[in-house]
Ligand binder design. Structure first.
Ligand SMILES: Cc1cc2nc3c(=O)[nH]c(=O)nc-3n(C[C@H](O)[C@H](O)[C@H](O)COP(=O)(O)OP(=O)(O)OC[C@H]3O[C@@H](n4cnc5c(N)ncnc54)[C@H](O)[C@@H]3O)c2cc1C
Length: 288
C-alpha cells in the first residue's frame, strides 16, 4: 500500500529532506518484487532506503517510488554459525543475537545504527571490522524477481560493494552472515568497549548521518577538518560537530541545503589547504 507525498524527514536520522511521491514499506521479498515490477511497468524511478542513517535527502524530495526496507522486514535466525537476516534487521539487534548464540564477528557493528541491507550496500564497518567479509549470501530483488548471490560474487571494498558499482537497481531483501564460535564474555567485552568509544568520541546527542566523508588514503577526516579550523563551523542548522569534526550535526531548524552548502564549503577548504579531495560517505538523494 503506497503512501503519497510522504515526508522523508520522518525516516532519516538527520530529520531533513522533502517528500517521496510514493512511499512503501514492503512486508516480504515478494512484495518488494511486486513493487519493483509496478515501477518498471510505469517507468517510474525507484529508490530504496533502509533506516535512513546514512542519507541526506534533498529538500525537493524523491520522485517516483521510495521503498523502505526496515522493521516491516526484520526477522532473523541462527543455525550453527550462520546468521540469516531479513534486510530490515537492525545491526545492533543482530550483534546482540550473535552474542546470545556465542558467535563472534559482528562485535564491531553493535553501535552502527541502520539495517543489514543498508550495511551490506555500504559495506559498513568500524573498529577494524566490516560487513563484507562476513557475507556468505544475499537475497535481492532485480528485474522484478527475487534472486540470490553467493558471498564471493560481491567483491566488497572500503565502503563499497558490487551493489553500488553495477547492480544499482538491486534491492537487498536478506543477508546470510558467516560467523565463528566465540566466548560470550570476550564478545560482550569487545561490544561494551566499542560502545564506550562511540559514546565518548561521537556526537550521539545530536542528529547526524554518521561520518560525512570517506577516509582519504593515509589520512583521517576528523583531524584534517579540525586542523583547517572548521570545528563548529555552522551554516543554518548544520554544524561541524565540536566533539568530532568528521560528523556534521543538526542543531535546531535545518534544511538539506544547509548540509549541502556546509559539505561543499568543507570540501573547498580541505582541497585548498591540503590538496585533498574529500568524497562524501553519506548518500545524497533526491532533488533540490
Ligand atoms: C551516529 C552514527 C554513527 C554511524 N557509524 C557508522 C560506522 O561506524 N560505520 C559505518 O559504516 N557507518 C556508520 N554510520 C552510517 C550508517 O549507520 C550505516 O551506513 C548503515 O549501515 C546504513 O544503514 P541504513 O539502514 O540506515 O541505510 P540508509 O541510510 O537508509 O541507506 C544507505 C544506502 O544504502 C542503500 N540501501 C539501504 N537499504 C538497502 C537495501 N535493502 N538494498 C539495497 N540498497 C539499500 C540506500 O539506497 C543508500 O544508498 C553511522 C551513522 C550514524 C547516524
Amino acid at each position: 500500500m503506497f503512501i503519497e507525498n510522504f515526508p522523508l524527514s520522518k525516516v532519516t536520522s538527520l530529520g531533513v529532506g522533502g517528500p517521496a511521491d510514493l512511499f512503501i514499506q514492503p512486508k516480504s521479498a515478494e512484495e518488494v518484487a511486486k513493487t519493483q515490477r509496478f515501477a518498471l511497468e510505469r517507468n517510474l524511478p525507484l529508490t530504496v532506503i533502509g533506516y535512513g542513517t546514512n542519507l541526506l535527502v534533498r529538500d525537493g524530495g524523491i520522485r517516483g517510488v521510495v521503498v523502505q526496507i526496515a522493521d516491516s522486514l526484520a526477522s532473523a535466525q541462527v543455525r550453527g554459525t550462520s546468521l540469516t537476516a531479513q534486510a530490515g534487521c537492525l545491526l545492533g539487534s543482530l550483534a546482540k543475537l550473535a552474542l546470545h548464540h556465542s558467535l563472534t564477528g559482528l562485535e564491531f557493528a553493535v553501535g552502527i545504527p541502520g539495517g543489514i541491507g543498508g550495511a551490506t550496500f555500504m559495506n559498513a564497518g568500524a573498529y577494524g571490522g566490516e560487513i563484507g567479509p562476513l557475507v556468505a549470501g544475499i537475497e535481492f530483488v532485480q528485474d522484478g524477481k527475487v534472486q540470490r548471490w553467493k558471498g564471493e560474487e560481491f567483491y566488497f571494498a572500503y565502503r563499497s560493494s558490487r551493489l553500488q558499482e553495477e547492480a544499482k537497481d538491486a534491492i537487498v531483501t536478506g543477508v546470510e552472515l558467516k560467523l565463528a564460535p566465540g566466548a560470550k564474555p570476550t564478545i560482550l567485552e569487545a561490544m561494551n568497549d566499542f560502545q564506550e568509544q562511540r559514546r565518548s568520541k561521537q556526537p550521539l546527542e545530536y542528529p547526524s548521518a554518521g561520518s560525512t566523508f570517506k577516509r582519504p588514503p593515509g589520512h583521517y577526516v576528523g583531524p584534517l577538518i579540525e586542523q583547517a579550523g572548521l570545528k563548529g563551523l555552522r551554516i543554518g542548522g548544520a554544524e561541524v560537530s565540536t566533539k568530532h569534526a568528521g560528523f556534521i550535526v543538526k542543531k535546531g531548524e535545518a534544511s538539506s541545503r544547509d548540509f549541502l552548502n556546509l559539505i561543499t564549503k568543507i570540501q573547498e577548504i580541505i582541497l585548498q589547504d591540503f590538496g585533498i579531495a574529500l568524497e562524501p560517505e553519506i548518500r545524497i538523494l533526491g532533488e533540490d
